[in-house]
Design a protein around this ligand. Structure first.
Ligand SMILES: Nc1ncnc2c1ncn2[C@@H]1O[C@H](COP(=O)(O)OP(=O)(O)O)[C@@H](O)[C@H]1O
Ligand SMILES: O=P(O)(O)OC[C@H](O)CO
Length: 501
């Protein structure tokens, strides 16, 4: 009997392959970073072949190192950095240009134009998203407009569009599919009808011939070619990484919330089978879809998206060189007893929820002659917690249910100082699970449920276990004082690129 599910977790900075056993425990893991490209201010690109090669390499290396054969694996689950846009030639399987990454702001002016034409409401109503350069639809429009011959070739059906899930599945199996959680991040997908939308495609001038078929997040979507892992393996789970993490955190009841601290930070609240529309600039998005008794069930989420979280730590490491490894930030920050009045707004690629400002840029405030690199490190970590507090505050206004606890995961959730400060700033307990690779775990669960490796969602809920709980420790007054200064700093960063006279 197969002992494992293989999860492929293709993130913004690295590709991971993880084997999970029936207890939802990690039986083996391989990870590889790949290059980031910043060709112009506000642009972020990946080479789609780096994405594919690094993902394949970690999966094959993992099986080799663990002496695992395809017979030990019941199914493959795929989860991915969302919105990142790839266009490739259907025949050769080669990308026609660099992948445009979710953080890339090059289509901000197109969004402004559509807004000025009064189109924001149509996008909001049908897709649950705000009109922002973050999502894949305007990135796809940019490729069709700017890459020679792309539009005519797309109209002739020679090209395929996909987010990273589609791209990997195409390479693994030849199928051209995506799941509804990824489709819901495109500005092209009607999340209520569960279909690509002709009106939105026309507004963004996108030929339907480019689009993948939309399948369930849990269900057999394709078979990996036998050449990759020694035998054909079913791809039975697909979800965007933040939705997969919500599943991996067993947030399977309405009102449960998780926050993932990776390159960015993404807080998602389960709202059940009803799409809840935010009055506070949160996104409505599809969490996952699955087939039950011949009916497709769709679970919706409210989401707050923060573009720069762990990436601010990477900048201190790679940009300033004040640390050598990301995990050194905690000890450095702990050398300062408080932030010394220093506030750091890491708006490197604009600001997401609730500001939605592509023209904001990073800034550091409150520097004095006494400010040290420890203060800077502390201010960088605090900025992650303040941004999260802004998102939770918007979410609580919408949901009007007081949050009992925040489940956390992702690379930066290992940082105890940050997690304690986070609990302090939210006034809500922060709970870290034993398995923090919840993104991959969620994809494994979606795949495992589809092939009977796990029987039910109840089984998954029972597997979730606490590692550590951080209780809030500051007074409302202290919290308010820090957040007031933070908001003052944010206001100085907003619309930085716009010259207003
Ligand atoms: N101890 C730490 N404290 C704060 N940030 C950290 C720590 N360890 C890793 N990080 C940050 O976490 C991020 C990596 O987390 P991960 O979940 O792998 O992200 P992604 O999926 O976006 O690639 C990096 O941005 C890194 O700087
Ligand atoms: O790869 P991550 O973990 O930074 O997640 C990126 C998000 O999916 C972007 O929407």
């Amino acid at each position: 009997m197969s002992r494992f599910i293989l999860a492929l977790d293709q993130g913004t900075t690295s590709s991971r392959a993880i084997l999970f056993d029936r207890n939802g425990r990690i039986a083996g893991i391989e990870q590889k970073e790949f290059p980031q490209h910043y060709p112009q201010s506000g642009w972020v690109e990946h080479d789609a072949n780096d994405i594919w090669q690094s993902q394949l390499e970690v999966a094959q290396t993992l099986l080799r190192k663990q002496s695992i054969t395809a017979g030990d694996i019941a199914a493959v689950g795929i989860t991915n950095q969302r919105e990142t846009t790839v266009v490739w030639d259907r025949k050769t399987g080669e990308p026609i240009c660099p992948a445009i990454v979710w953080q890339d702001r090059r289509t901000a002016a197109l969004c402004d134009r559509l807004r000025a034409e009064g189109k924001e409401d149509i996008f909001r109503r049908k897709t649950g998203l705000v009109l922002d350069a973050y999502f894949s639809g305007t990135k796809l429009n940019w490729i069709l407009t700017n890459i020679p011959d792309a539009r005519t070739r797309a109209e002739r059906g020679e090209l395929a569009f996909g987010t990273v899930d589609s791209w990997l599945i195409f390479k693994l199996s030849g199928a051209h599919v995506t799941d509804s959680s990824n489709a819901s991040r495109s500005l092209l997908f009607d999340i209520h009808a569960g279909t690509w939308d002709a009106e939105l495609l026309a507004l963004l001038d996108i030929p339907a011939a480019l689009l993948p078929e939309v399948v369930c997040s849990s269900g057999i979507a394709a078979q990996c070619d036998a050449g990759w892992f020694g035998a054909a393996l079913p791809i039975a789970g697909i979800a965007g990484d933040q939705q997969a993490a919500t599943f991996g955190q067993a947030c399977l009841q309405q009102g449960m919330v998780k926050n993932t601290y990776g390159t960015g930070c993404f807080m998602l609240m389960q709202t059940g089978e009803q799409a809840f529309v935010s009055d506070n600039k949160l996104l409505t998005t599809i969490g996952w879809s699955m087939q039950r008794q011949d009916e497709r069930h769709t679970c919706y989420m409210l989401e707050g998206s923060i573009f720069v979280a762990g990436a601010v730590v990477q900048w201190l490491r790679d940009g300033l060189g004040i640390i050598q490894h990301s995990n050194e930030i905690e000890a450095l920050a702990a050398q300062a007893k408080d932030n010394g009045g220093v506030y750091f707004v890491p708006a490197f690629t604009g600001l997401g929820t609730p500001y939605w400002d592509p023209y904001a840029r990073g800034s550091i405030h409150g520097l004095t002659r006494g400010a040290s690199k420890a203060h800077l490190a502390r201010a960088a970590l605090e900025s992650i917690a303040y941004q999260t507090a802004d998102v939770l505050s918007a979410m609580q206004k919408d949901a009007s249910i007081p949050l009992k606890e925040l489940r956390v995961d992702g690379g930066a959730s290992r940082n105890d100082l940050l997690m304690q400060f986070q609990a302090d700033m939210l006034g809500v307990p922060v709970v870290r699970p034993q398995v923090t690779e919840t993104t991959a775990l969620g994809a494994a669960y979606l795949a495992g449920l589809a092939v009977g490796f796990w029987e039910s969602e109840q089984e998954i809920v029972a597997l979730w276990q606490t590692d550590r709980r951080f209780e809030p420790g500051r007074s409302d007054e202290q919290r308010k004082e820090l957040l007031t200064k933070w908001h003052k700093a944010v206001s100085r960063s907003q619309r930085w690129l716009i010259d207003e006279d």
